[in-house]
Design a protein around this ligand. Structure first.
Ligand code: SF4
Length: 387
């Protein structure tokens, strides 16, 4: 049976961070309760879509899943185990914030089958956390991390951001070193991007914050490369680093064309060559009647968007995600997926970029070199085909 991944979106947060443009907000207990009820019916009603698949990973993200009561997470997982064919060794992850990842919650997660945590630390410097609008400090993170280790959760990711207003390369080095010295198995590092509609965008427009210089950002990238390699974490995707065997299987599946179903507000699904986008407005989502989903002929009413994926857009997505992985694209996998030879489609551009030292080929894999990764957007835009 083919693999299938499940994603569950919990859109609630205690407070909005200043850089955040995700679908996330504060909500009352009643709204959370109604949301979970709706989510459980959605999960159950869509199980027929997964009849011919086995579930290789489950990812509970947000928002802040640890913001809501832990029993809700247990209900969600029980409902999935009841209605889906979950692999015995499935990777089951949850995102948590340091201040709400208490011993009781982590224990409930662990007892419910969760075997991977992703902790949103972002920085080990309390002033930088304040700048970002985060509601935790570094010692909250250490508590959560130690409790998780004590419970036996070995597979832990720590999320970091660099390029924070006021952050120096030295301060970033300190954060990264502090985290690596804990012997973490996985780190995700994202460069801060100022998105429209965020508090940071307004502050930037009003000259209230200053971003680090481009030269400092380059230095931070170099610090990332040097320190992660010193502590033996392999970069396996542009922003992701892991000890051997601790790569995030859910994300690897996503980057490798494994189909997925997303549940909850604003979540996306990709299955049977179609993309589905769930409702983005909470009231629209809460008013859906998922009990009749299977019988309903007007399936469009459940989604903000449904699109058939054309072969060319499928190839483009495959290229964009495939080249994010450090191992790149395997030509046999490409042929098996599209019945087309990789070199027949991209041979000319591949030769040019190989000549420039930006793409390399080892056996049947084409991948971006370190220099290529630095200009990946430019290379990928040349490799896309007209949709
Ligand atoms: S915790 Fe995450 S999802 Fe929530 S506001 Fe902050 S960045 Fe956004």
């Amino acid at each position: 049976m083919q693999n299938l991944e499940l994603y569950i979106h919990i859109p609630f947060c205690e407070k909005k961070c200043k850089y955040c443009d995700f679908v996330s907000f504060h909500a009352t207990h009643d709204v959370v309760n109604n949301y979970i009820e709706k989510l459980l019916t959605e999960i159950e009603s869509k199980s027929f879509l997964a009849n011919n698949f086995k579930i290789s990973s489950i990812y509970i993200g947000g928002g802040t899943p640890s913001f809501i009561e832990a029993k809700y997470i247990r209900f969600i997982l029980e409902s999935i185990y009841k209605s889906y064919n979950v692999n015995e060794d499935a990777e089951i992850s949850i995102e948590v914030n340091p201040n709400s990842a208490t011993m009781d919650k982590l224990k409930t997660y662990y007892d419910s089958g969760i075997n991977r945590l992703s902790i949103g630390l972002q920085s080990a410097n309390d002033d930088e956390l304040k700048t970002l609008g985060r509601i935790h400090n570094y010692s909250d993170f250490l508590n959560a991390y130690n409790v998780a280790i004590h419970l036996g959760i070995k597979n832990i990711n720590v999320d970091l951001i660099n390029g924070i207003p006021g952050q120096s390369p030295e301060s970033y080095r300190k954060t990264l070193k502090q985290v690596l010295m804990l012997n973490v198995k996985h780190i995700s590092i994202y460069n801060l991007i100022i998105e429209n509609g965020t508090a940071f965008k307004t502050m930037l427009d009003n000259n209230e914050i200053q971003l680090p210089l481009e030269s400092d950002l380059l230095l931070m990238d170099k610090i990332t490369k040097d320190l992660t390699s010193y502590y033996r974490l392999n970069r396996y995707e542009i922003s992701n680093f892991a000890k051997s065997g601790f790569e995030c299987r859910h994300n690897l599946g996503y980057w490798s064309d494994v189909p997925y179903i997303g549940f909850g507000l604003n979540s996306a699904s990709y299955i049977d060559s179609k993309r589905y986008k769930n409702k983005t407005k909470i009231n629209d989502y809460l008013s859906l009647d998922y009990k009749s989903y299977m019988l309903n002929k007007k399936i469009d009413e459940y989604y903000d968007e449904i699109a058939q994926v054309s072969i060319n857009s499928h190839i483009n997505e495959y290229m964009m995600l495939g080249f994010r992985k450090i191992s790149g694209i395997n030509t046999d996998d490409f042929y098996n997926t599209f019945n087309k030879k990789f070199e027949d489609l991209f041979g000319t551009a591949l030769k040019i970029y190989q000549g420039m030292g930006l793409i390399r080929r080892v056996e049947n894999n084409y991948f971006l070199t370190d220099e290529g990764l630095d200009v990946s957007n430019k290379i990928l835009s040349d490799l896309l085909i007209n949709e």
